[in-house]
Design a protein around this ligand. Sequence first.
Ligand SMILES: Cc1cc2nc3c(=O)[nH]c(=O)nc-3n(C[C@H](O)[C@H](O)[C@H](O)COP(=O)(O)O)c2cc1C
Length: 251
Amino acid sequence: METVIFSGMGNSQAVGEALMGLLADAGTEADMLWVFPVYAWGVPPVLVRYIEGLDLTGRVCHMVCTFGDEAGRTDRQWRRLIAGRGGTPGGVYGVRMPNTYVCLPFFDVDSPRVRQAKLDAAGERVEAIARAIASGSRATDLYYAGPLPGLKSRLIYPWFFRNQMKMGRFHHTVGCTGCGVCASACPSGNITRDVDGAPQWGSDCAFCLRCYHICPQHAVAYGRQTSGKGQYLHPKFRPSRFPGGDDDGQK
Ligand SMILES: Cc1cc2nc3c(=O)[nH]c(=O)nc-3n(C[C@H](O)[C@H](O)[C@H](O)COP(=O)(O)O)c2cc1C
């Protein structure tokens, strides 16, 4: 089954690769599997733009999203997006994974205990999703949409990307050694380095936060919001590009 994975810190990558193993002989030529994180109760805009450039006529697009707490109505946005490109939405599933969003007050990575509990539960969840997809089911099972999911996905999602995420807020702090890890790991190739090696953010940011989480000095910040917050990478994380880029997420 053709699989497209979009992942910042490796949660969706790990889920996608596990599903690819379990679904190696499942489905038909028409089936596609899309795996990505939920952003602000919806589909990450970078992925929306990528899909809007595709012709999906004749394809059945299964969706597996990963999220830290609430998936909202990501399923509705997905169905509209796929149908708008001529495709047929397939099964729509969610897997709860460790949280990566740290750019607002009260949002932080999970405690080690919660993180481990989510990782422990994910294996069984992924197996259940693989069974559902292999059986041809087109169920909607996001696992947990959260309270007022329609409102959040319809109203907060567009507000969030218009007003909340501003690329100009990324900066490096005094701890930066100019090592360049953030620049080489950026899945959009959006980070360049100045003469001292320090990162400079361009305008093509996907807000995946990989630069923040991967910094070995914890010296990447988003305004003042990330001060005192934790970092997280999935245990199997390895840097990947986003769909559409070089060495992209398509398998
Ligand atoms: C910009 C951004 C927005 C996010 N919004 C949500 C959200 O609305 N609901 C949620 O439960 N998790 C949210 N998260 C957390 C991620 O969806 C979750 O940690 C996901 O598993 C990360 O997957 P990845 O490692 O493949 O990028 C957000 C993360 C980021 C970076």
